[in-house]
Design a protein around this ligand. Structure first.
Ligand code: ADP
Ligand code: MG
Length: 601
């Protein structure tokens, strides 16, 4: 007696549903990607009950004929792939031809579609995989797919679904990413009866991001750009001070496809880690275009994860682009995401980079810009007594570049004076520098504090401060007294919602202790997202707030010696070019920049 049975196609579809359709968000993803593939300009997504009760996706794309609609709900029917050879060259989002039949197998499914050239459209009703009705209907051009009671006939899957808000959030996260990946498509997402998202569809990425996250975020964005042979990187990141404890506000798009990829995520993490102790994830939109045959999208049934042929190259491209953006080498701008943005016309004053790549992008400049009309050496009057040959300097000393060691040591900034009691004017060689005294000191303190591996050295307050907090704050402090103590804040409970502050970090001992601690508590509550990252958050808040509050303020007069010390300390920190909030600390004007400003060239 044979034990092996062939499965009927409906069963196969139900099994496959576990791979392609894991939850309502995967249904939304498949349907929206189909709409994008169909060339839609407008896509509307509506859900009820986190998509468990209802998902409706409406587009104004190409639509289908009656025959195509019937085929579309059959397994491995796809208009996007005709041979195995095509698998290495996939440019549409869908290609396996399994989404519609698998979704239809586990839901009450209605597809309604019309092409512009057809007078009437087609309506197709499928219940748990069984076609129950096909007929002609009058409808708008495009396609609407309605998915009700997802997993009604697969109770095991149904049980596995999470509460409505969780499922709705997962859908929202994905719709956001899809909308960012296609700024030329107007997305509308209605959750319950609330419009959760509406993008303009005008092709402008910054407008799209503003519509989703608000202008506060877009105002703080830095531009990513890198062009290499057959690799084009575009995108935006936030300054390192804007972090969240989850990765969902990072959108990666590779060749037009929203993807997940560890290499991209890791490159972002590493780039930020080098600038600020890691306590979260920055916002990021990373768009990569590269030859389709150097990626593999077929590794995951939901086509979410992709593999790059050369992961190392991707890592480097992102890492350097982020560092460049954060270090202020690029101005934030809307860029054409497919082409290289035009170079800005005005001279762009770069922040200096005192790190190891300083010598690379900063070749020594002559103070006097070379004038083409004057031959540089011959204009000097030759001395008659000397034979002409000797007036030529020996070859060795002639190009100063070659006689210099390949790597410059850290820059020595020599203070000239202070402007507006806020900026230090300094020089180094022939270059002029402006340094923000508060931002610079903040960076020095921050790096110093974060450098203490164990305990931050504390100094006792001469007069202990007794501070009142509200009950929420008190609970937080009470539970984390030892965390605070390690960070230099020694406290003990001294009454109901009351603490005695006895020690503060030595570097902040002159600071208004009460103000400092309250600033830290506020920071902690602002940044905290889950109990897990509380300790990290406290640390982060202590470092940033202490550095900020203990740093020299704008308005404080500095003498020559104080400026010297500050600049010396600054040049020794590993990240002198930005303050812990990501703002620039140093602006450099090279001799060439000055020459340009005075129109000497
Ligand atoms: P795939 O996208 O992998 O080809 P699907 O099962 O998602 O497979 O879709 C099957 C086919 O149905 C697609 O190849 C496409 O021709 C057609 N189709 C699906 N959704 C739409 C839509 N919204 N507009 C036009 N055609 C669609
Ligand atoms: Mg598809």
């Amino acid at each position: 007696m044979t034990k092996i049975k062939l499965l009927d196609s409906n069963t196969i579809n139900k099994i496959a549903a576990g791979e392609v359709v894991e939850r309502p968000a995967s249904v939304v993803k498949e349907l929206v990607e189909n709409s994008i593939d169909a060339g839609a300009n407008r896509i509307e997504i509506e859900i009820q009950n986190g998509g468990k009760a209802l998902i409706r996706v409406t587009d104004d794309g190409s639509g289908m004929t009656r025959e195509d609609a019937a085929l579309a709900v059959r397994r491995h029917a796809t208009s996007k792939l005709s041979s195995v050879a095509d698998l290495t060259n996939i440019s549409t989002l869908g290609f396996r031809g399994e989404a519609l039949p698998t979704i239809a197998a586990v839901s009450k499914f209605i597809l309604q579609t019309r092409r512009v050239e057809d007078e009437l459209g087609t309506k197709l009703t499928i219940d748990g995989g069984k076609l129950s009705d096909v007929h002609e209907v009058g409808c708008k051009v495009g396609t609407t797919i309605l998915v009700e009671d997802l997993f009604f006939n697969t109770p095991a899957r149904l049980k596995f679904l999470k509460a409505t808000p969780t499922e709705a959030n997962k859908i929202n996260d994905f719709v956001v990413k899809l909308a960012i990946s296609r700024p030329e498509v107007a997305f509308r997402f209605v959750n319950g009866n609330r419009v959760a998202l509406a993008t303009p569809g005008n092709g402008n990425v910054l407008d799209t991001l503003s519509a989703i996250y608000g202008t506060e975020l877009t105002d703080s964005l830095l531009t990513l750009q890198s062009d290499m042979e057959s690799l084009n990187l575009r995108g935006y990141v936030t300054k390192p001070n804007i972090l969240k404890s989850y990765r969902s506000w990072q959108t990666f798009v590779v060749n037009g496809r929203v993807v997940e990829n560890r290499t991209i995520a890791k490159a972002l993490d590493e780039a930020y880690k080098s600038l600020i102790p890691k306590t979260g994830f920055p916002f990021a939109f990373v768009k990569i275009d590269l030859p389709q045959d150097s990626i593999d999208v077929n590794v995951h049934p939901q086509k979410i994860e992709i593999k790059f042929e050369d992961e190392g190259r991707i890592f480097k491209a992102i890492y350097h682009a982020v560092r460049e953006a954060v270090e202020g080498k690029r101005e934030t701008s809307e860029h054409d995401l497919t082409e290289v943005a035009a170079a800005p016309e005005t001279p762009h004053f770069e922040q200096i980079n005192l790190g190891d790549d300083f010598s690379e992008d900063d070749p020594p400049q002559n103070f006097e810009p070379p004038k083409k009309s004057e031959p540089p050496k011959k204009s000097e009057p030759p001395k008659k007594s000397e034979p002409p040959k000797k007036s030529e300097p020996p070859k060795k000393s002639e190009p100063p570049k070659k006689s210099e060691p390949p790597k410059k040591p850290a820059l020595e900034l020599e203070p000239i004076g202070q402007v507006a009691r806020c900026y230090i004017v300094a020089q180094s060689g022939n270059d002029l520098y402006l340094i923000d005294q508060h931002a610079a000191h903040e960076r020095i303190l921050f790096d110093k504090l974060s450098g203490y591996a164990e305990r931050i050295p504390a100094q006792g307050l001469l007069i202990h401060r007794v501070l009142q907090f509200d009950s929420q704050e008190s609970e937080l402090i009470e539970k984390n007294l030892s965390v605070f103590a390690d960070l230099g804040f020694t406290m003990e409970p001294s009454g109901a919602n009351e603490f005695r502050l006895m020690e503060v970090p030595a570097d902040a001992s002159d600071t208004d202790a009460e103000n400092l601690l309250r600033g830290i508590i506020t920071e902690i509550f602002n940044g905290v997202n889950s109990a897990d990252d509380l300790a990290k958050n406290i640390r982060q808040a202590v470092l940033a707030t202490t550095a900020c509050k203990a740093a020299i303020k704008a308005g404080q007069e500095l003498n020559q010696r104080q400026m010297e010390i500050l600049l010396d300390d600054l040049s020794k920190t590993p990240h002198p070019h930005t303050c812990p909030h990501g703002r620039p600390t140093i602006i450099k004007f090279s001799a060439a920049d000055l020459a340009k400003m005075f129109k000497r060239t």
